[in-house]
Ligand binder design. Structure first.
Ligand SMILES: Cc1cc2nc3c(=O)[nH]c(=O)nc-3n(C[C@H](O)[C@H](O)[C@H](O)COP(=O)(O)O)c2cc1C
Length: 193
């Protein structure tokens, strides 16, 4: 079976982040041919267009890690009804210089968890707009809008029974989405040759 690497970007820098716990638990539901790896965005400098062609090791490492991946998963909280600044900063860092975006054409997935009843839905909608601008192929369904509850994760970090069926469905859909995009992309490359 073909293997795909998946770059996982968590939108929270918080040590006890519930979104990081979700990302960790999600990786444990992945089939053997999807290799989930979290990519740190906490050490990226603030994007400054004056410096976009200057060598900056944290930016180069981040860009290389995402470029190497077949697909990207964003697991993000909602800050003031949108995505957190560090996540937007990472996306902007990867999108420049013009013509050298690391995002274009990659299949993507979005999930999020928050204590609020909207479960990050507004933030995810904003993120979808940004990813569309970057020509990412974002899976539409199933949506994963989770409201954080005590005991949502087991002590050993697994997702609890309430959210597990949804996440399993999401993972099955995402595995198909990544494989389908990978094959349709290589078909297009062959057709162009
Ligand atoms: C600056 C800021 C803005 C926030 N705005 C929202 C919001 O708009 N909607 C929401 O549901 N929660 C909001 N929250 C609460 C976060 O969802 C909550 O802190 C969450 O646990 C953060 O995710 P994390 O656990 O992965 O760090 C906000 C938190 C911060 C710090």
């Amino acid at each position: 079976m073909e293997t795909f690497s998946v770059a996982v970007i968590v939108g929270s820098l918080r040590h006890e982040s519930s979104n990081r716990r979700l990302a960790d638990a999600l990786a444990r539901l992945a089939p053997a041919n999807l290799l989930f790896e979290q990519i740190d965005i906490g050490n990226l400098p603030l994007f400054n267009q004056d410096a976009e062609r200057t060598d900056c090791p944290p930016v180069s490492h981040f860009r290389a890690a995402v470029q190497h991946a077949h697909a990207v998963v964003f697991v993000t909280p909602e800050y003031n009804r949108s995505i957190p600044g560090p996540l937007k900063n990472a996306i902007d860092q990867g999108s420049r210089p013009a013509g050298q975006s690391i995002w274009a054409g990659k299949p993507a997935g979005i999930l999020g968890i928050s204590p609020g009843p909207l479960g990050t839905a507004p933030a995810q909608q904003h993120l979808r707009n940004v990813l569309a601008c970057l020509d990412m192929q974002t899976m539409a369904q199933p949506d994963v809008y989770l409201q954080y509850k005590e005991a949502m994760f087991s002590i050993d970090g697994q997702i609890g029974d309430s959210a597990r069926p949804l996440l399993e469905r999401w993972m099955a859909g995402f595995a198909r989405w990544v494989a389908w995009h990978s094959h349709s992309h290589s078909d297009c490359v062959q057709a162009e040759q």
